[in-house]
Design a protein around this ligand. Structure first.
Ligand code: SAM
Ligand code: SF4
Length: 334
């Protein structure tokens, strides 16, 4: 698909059943009806960066900051294991307090004691850090490029350089991480042309995991007065992402669920095959406020709700590891 064609499809306001059917067919052919659950542990909300869109930005002094101890992180990983999860996703702000060797030690213990797949999402790090973390056992890394428009990126992330983010994604691939990236849709200053370029870049990156979620405005950020993307357009973007990236795992993001009624279910019907239930202890999770509206739930209740939601669309939880289906990691979808 040419970039202009993608742009026209995004701009077209009619509901195109063809696109949704095609996206769902690709999802079913490549991933089946099993939905992988990745248990999310938000281990620190400290951040040294000042992204305009994010509630964790360093200048947000209304946020109560926390860091989980190694012991707390390991006990969360145990909880994930006991509940039958196969993957934990460790996510944080760019918290300079955590030294790479501390993270390596935590990851080593999670792998040794629970045999879980570990995904890390902690921003841009040095190549040597990515390498040490990979050697300690991190399997996957999530680093969204957020927008393919350099000017917009550097406006939204005033202390970051667009090229550094792209370089970091390249390094992750070189180091043989299962690599995830993606964007936010509905960012202030983003237009359909930029969105089309975003989707094309996602396709060209040949990612193992792709995450596309709606931007949600947070009242304690400079973007507090901006509205976000309408639901029908967002879901069409997800379907187009699936068509352009047929072999990438794709989550129905929490932000979809926060913003739209049955948002995650709609995403699952438009090509998504992954969910990321939050198992961060409530006292911390409520302060991991990237945007407002996150519903803190008991992990068991959360999984029960997911089971009901999946059975309503003839899908089910997959208890496989859900590795990349691109191969070259541990064998096909081991
Ligand atoms: N600090 C790391 C980073 O930026 O890559 C990882 C944590 S960050 C909170 C994870 C993701 O949250 C970002 O990649 C961004 O896409 C998303 N995010 C941040 N603010 C958001 C907002 N207001 N609405 C929707 N998603 C947001
Ligand atoms: Fe920090 Fe990530 Fe939020 Fe930016 S998006 S402020 S790097 S946590």
């Amino acid at each position: 698909m040419k970039e202009k064609e993608i742009e026209d499809l995004i701009a077209d306001k009619s509901f195109e059943t063809d696109i949704f059917n095609k996206a769902d067919k690709i999802r079913k052919e490549n991933f089946g009806d099993g939905v992988h659950l990745r248990a999310l542990i938000e281990f620190s909300n400290y951040c040294s960066r000042n992204c305009l869109y994010c509630g964790l930005r360093r200048d947000n002094n209304k946020l109560k900051r926390y860091r989980m101890s190694s012991k707390e992180i390991l006990s969360c990983a145990k909880k994930a294991f006991d509940m039958g999860f196969k993957t934990v996703v460790l996510q944080s702000g760019e918290d300079l307090f955590f030294k790479t060797k501390d993270l390596c030690d935590i990851v080593y213990k999670i792998k040794r004691d629970y045999g879980l797949r570990v995904t890390l999402s902690a921003g841009v790090l040095k190549k040597s850090d990515y390498s040490d973390l990979k050697n300690s056992g991190v399997d996957r890394y999530l680093l969204k490029f957020e927008t393919s428009d350099k000017k917009l990126y550097e406006y939204l992330k005033p202390d970051s350089v667009f090229g550094d983010r792209l370089k970091a994604i390249e390094i992750l691939k070189e180091l043989n991480y299962q690599t995830g990236s993606g964007i936010m849709a509905g960012l202030p200053g983003q237009n359909d042309k930029i969105l089309a370029k975003d989707l094309k870049l996602i396709k060209n990156m040949e990612l193992d995991m792709v995450s596309v979620g709606p931007f949600i405005s947070d009242p304690d950020t400079p973007l507090k007065n901006y509205s976000t993307i309408e639901e029908s357009k967002m879901i069409k973007i997800l379907a187009l992402t699936r068509i352009l990236s047929p072999f990438s795992h794709m989550p129905a993001t929490t932000s979809m669920g926060v913003l739209y009624p049955n948002g995650r279910k709609k995403a699952l019907l438009a090509g998504a095959n992954v969910l990321m239930p939050d198992i961060t202890p409530g006292i911390y999770g409520e302060n991991y406020r990237i945007y407002p509206g996150k519903n803190i739930k008991d992990p068991e209740d959360n999984v029960n709700e997911i089971k009901d939601m999946l059975s309503s669309i003839s899908r089910h939880i997959s208890y496989e590891f859900g590795d990349s289906i691109r191969g070259g990691f541990y064998g096909k979808n081991s």
